[in-house]
Design a protein around this ligand. Structure first.
Ligand SMILES: *[C@@H]1O[C@H](CO)[C@@H](O)[C@H](O)[C@H]1NC(C)=O
Ligand SMILES: *[C@@H]1O[C@H](CO)[C@@H](O)[C@H](O)[C@H]1NC(C)=O
Ligand SMILES: *[C@@H]1O[C@H](CO)[C@@H](O)[C@H](O)[C@H]1NC(C)=O
Ligand SMILES: *[C@@H]1O[C@H](CO)[C@@H](O)[C@H](O)[C@H]1NC(C)=O
Ligand SMILES: *[C@@H]1O[C@H](CO)[C@@H](O)[C@H](O)[C@H]1NC(C)=O
Ligand SMILES: *[C@@H]1O[C@H](CO)[C@@H](O)[C@H](O)[C@H]1NC(C)=O
Ligand SMILES: *[C@@H]1O[C@H](CO)[C@@H](O)[C@H](O)[C@H]1NC(C)=O
Ligand SMILES: *[C@@H]1O[C@H](CO)[C@@H](O)[C@H](O)[C@H]1NC(C)=O
Length: 628
């Protein structure tokens, strides 16, 4: 009897061993069995030496190659990394190399990395210089709020780029005898000529009113030269697309727009005849001429301001033109203004420029500094990753002084981190570095902050929330959003902790196929008719299992990169649904992605003043109420 039991036991143990052995064998296969999700990518190229350690490819999946890019080795060379405490802003950085070396990378990746390597090198030497002279940091601060230039200076520099609501005002008189003038916003000059981020070209009708005056806006890059010109008035090609809700061209600027074509022709002819026979002055025609905002010899005040989607020009108090930002030519890159042509300049004023907090004067620094998260402390309930960019100093301060003061954040149950790419401006990067050291809530990204690279930040947030500060839920938001952390937590209590996407969910949306649209997606980028469900970018929450799936999927390069970060999240979640488990899409209309409504759980497009106002209202009235 005893022998029998022994034999059974041994056989049983052997069986268990066998079963578990086969499980272990199967595991890697299972891990890499996610179908490659990139229908248009034909190449089946991978080399085993590039595989991450410890993972074997069992199935032949189509996956992008790994490529080496200029600057990548420099950015990930550990000998250049600050150590210990100082290295905290680089926790996610260190794990992002694979993402950046994919052959199917997002647009602008190569340039973003190359420029980041330059910026990183510069920043390192600034840090070293500063460390060497530690106690003499009373240097002239030159990220200033405004720049005034009197007389007729034809160019001046914008020290730390433009941010939303920055504006440049030119007060001047067009000189006679010239065809017009140009106001140009230019980027940093590198080896090549500086890019023109906006060219505002005013063509006047000339002495004899021989031409119809117009405004032409465009961009110029060293690589591609001039872009597509946008004229105002835009006869024959009315463009109804709006930028920040404003018309691209105020057609009123040529008087009646009813008979657009004939009116303008008549105007020229009439004027011609008028000047040769001065007696026939028709009041109506005169009105049309004087409606054009720029006139030889007349003083004008033109303000070009920075919106969310584009530049807007107001001349003598009237909105005249709007110009949507073009790819890679974003307002934060503006480093100077040039004025050319026939203009007598009275003054130019740039204001609303980014200014960093004076850290030496900050009295509430200790109070706002991120609470320490030790490795020993248990898992976070929620990690909130906030997209921000280098020179948005004021927005970050507003968040630190408002919703980042919720008890859940201060007590370390919830952690908030800003995800910021490098800036091209040395001064901005250094100020950002100092800010990161002071508040300990910044994660720098190993690329320059181009719009098309935002999806990489989403993945970085997932890395942070799974590998660095493991959290039960992971949330993404923007630095112009107000997040009611307490409400989000209360709401999450009623939700599943597996397979969750929570936010304002869009269940049935289609890719934008209009080339002029900001959200344009080509069929190469997305061949399907519609998108899977996704949640709007200003604020959404995912559960930990989804974040882990995303991190692993990108590690294995089996998930697609897609440039609209919130839709990308939806696409990855669709894969999760196919391969792991069901997904709960929890729609909540209180995530307002286009402003604020009373009873909001998240309000978007809130400037720093509004963010602080919302917080104050919350403290005083204990209920959500909007500020305008
Ligand atoms: C595969 O990658 C290697 C280098 O990694 C390259 O030389 C080769 O041309 C690639 N093959 C294809 C089919 O893309
Ligand atoms: C890292 O940088 C050091 C010093 O600049 C250099 O000597 C070394 O070769 C670099 N390593 C790699 C892998 O590029
Ligand atoms: C304007 O600039 C020109 C040179 O660009 C200079 O000769 C002239 O004196 C300036 N005028 C005033 C009023 O500053
Ligand atoms: C900022 O100031 C330093 C010295 O104070 C100067 O060298 C540097 O050129 C200035 N930068 C800008 C962008 O004005
Ligand atoms: C403008 O008209 C005057 C005479 O009326 C003429 O001499 C001059 O050449 C004309 N200028 C242009 C640019 O047509
Ligand atoms: C203006 O002229 C263009 C051709 O030059 C024509 O296509 C367009 O329809 C005209 N627009 C109006 C409003 O007459
Ligand atoms: C304007 O003058 C030109 C000749 O200079 C003439 O051909 C044309 O008919 C005139 N137009 C009108 C509207 O009188
Ligand atoms: C001026 O031109 C108009 C046609 O545009 C004509 O009817 C009128 O007689 C002319 N007047 C003189 C003083 O030449």
């Amino acid at each position: 009897m005893k022998k029998w039991t022994g034999g059974v036991l041994i056989i049983g143990l052997a069986c268990i061993l066998l079963v578990s052995y086969s499980f272990i064998q199967k595991q890697p296969e299972k891990q890499s069995s996610y179908e490659f999700f990139h229908p248009n990518q034909e190449h089946t190229n991978f080399s085993n030496s590039e595989q991450p350690k410890g993972e074997k490819l069992q199935t032949f999946v189509k996956r992008p190659r790994l490529v080496n890019l200029d600057g990548l080795n420099y950015l990930f060379n550990s000998t250049h990394m600050p150590k210990e405490e100082e290295g905290k802003p680089l926790l996610a950085w260190g794990q992002m190399r694979l993402l950046l070396s994919r052959s199917d990378s997002l647009p602008m990746t190569a340039q973003g990395i190359k420029e980041a390597a330059v910026a990183w090198k510069e920043l390192q030497s600034t840090i070293d210089e500063n460390r060497a002279s530690k106690f003499v940091h009373n240097k002239e601060r030159n990220c200033s709020f405004s720049v005034i230039s009197m007389n007729n200076a034809t160019s001046f520099s914008i020290p730390c780029g433009l941010i939303e609501d920055s504006s440049i005002t030119v007060i001047a008189i067009p000189k006679g005898n010239q065809d017009g003038f140009q106001i140009e916003f230019v980027g940093l000059e590198g080896k090549e000529e500086a890019d023109v981020i906006l060219s505002y070209n005013v063509v006047l009708s000339g002495n004899n009113f021989t031409k119809e005056p117009f405004i032409a806006q465009n961009t110029w890059t060293y690589e591609f030269g001039w872009g597509k010109e946008e004229r105002c008035p835009s006869h024959g090609s009315p463009n109804n697309a709006k930028v920040d809700g404003l018309v691209k061209c105020n057609e009123q600027l040529m008087g009646s727009s009813l008979e657009e074509n004939s009116t303008s022709k008549q105007l020229i002819v009439n004027n011609k005849n008028k000047s040769s026979n001065g007696s026939d002055v028709s009041g109506h025609d005169n009105h049309m001429v004087s409606n054009f905002p720029f006139l030889d010899g007349s003083l004008f005040t033109a303000t070009i301001w920075v919106g969310v989607e584009g530049f807007h020009a107001t001349v003598n108090g009237r909105h005249e033109t709007s110009f949507a930002y073009r790819e890679k030519l974003e307002p934060w890159l503006v480093s100077g203004v040039r004025v050319k042509g026939g203009l007598h300049i009275i003054s130019t004023l740039a204001k609303g420029l980014p200014v960093s907090e004076n850290l030496d004067m900050a009295i509430d620094l200790e109070e706002l500094k991120a609470p320490l998260i030790s490795n020993k402390s248990k898992r976070l309930l929620l990690l909130i990753g906030v997209f921000s960019s280098g020179n948005n100093f004021e927005r970050r301060m507003a968040l630190r002084r408002s919703w980042m003061k919720y008890e859940a954040v201060r007590s370390g149950v919830v952690a908030v981190r800003f995800f910021i790419g490098l800036h091209k401006n040395k001064e901005v990067n250094f100020e950002l570095w100092r800010e990161a050291q002071a508040y300990q809530d910044v994660q720098l990204m190993p690329f320059v902050d181009y719009y098309s690279l935002l999806t990489l930040k989403t993945i970085a947030i997932c890395i942070m929330g799974t590998k660095i500060f493991p959290a039960k839920y992971i949330m993404k938001t923007d630095d112009d959003a107000f997040v009611r952390v307490d409400e989000i937590l209360a709401s999450l209590k009623t939700k599943t902790s597996d397979g969750l996407l929570y936010g304002q969910v869009s269940l049935d949306s289609k890719p934008q196929r209009d080339k002029d649209n900001k959200w344009y997606i080509s069929t190469e980028e997305w061949p399907h008719e519609s998108y899977p469900p996704w949640a709007h970018g200003p604020g959404y929450v995912i559960s930990r299992d989804i974040a882990k799936f995303i991190v692993r999927g990108h590690h294995e390069r089996s998930l697609k990169l897609f440039k609209l970060e919130d839709v990308a999240m939806g696409i990855w979640i669709e894969e999760f649904k196919k391969h792991v488990r069901e997904v709960q899409y929890e729609n909540d209309e209180r995530f307002y992605n286009a402003g604020c409504e009373p009873n909001y759980i998240l309000a978007h497009y809130q400037n720093p003043r509004m963010v602080l106002c919302l917080w104050e209202k919350m403290q005083k009235e204990h209920k959500p109420d909007c500020c305008d």
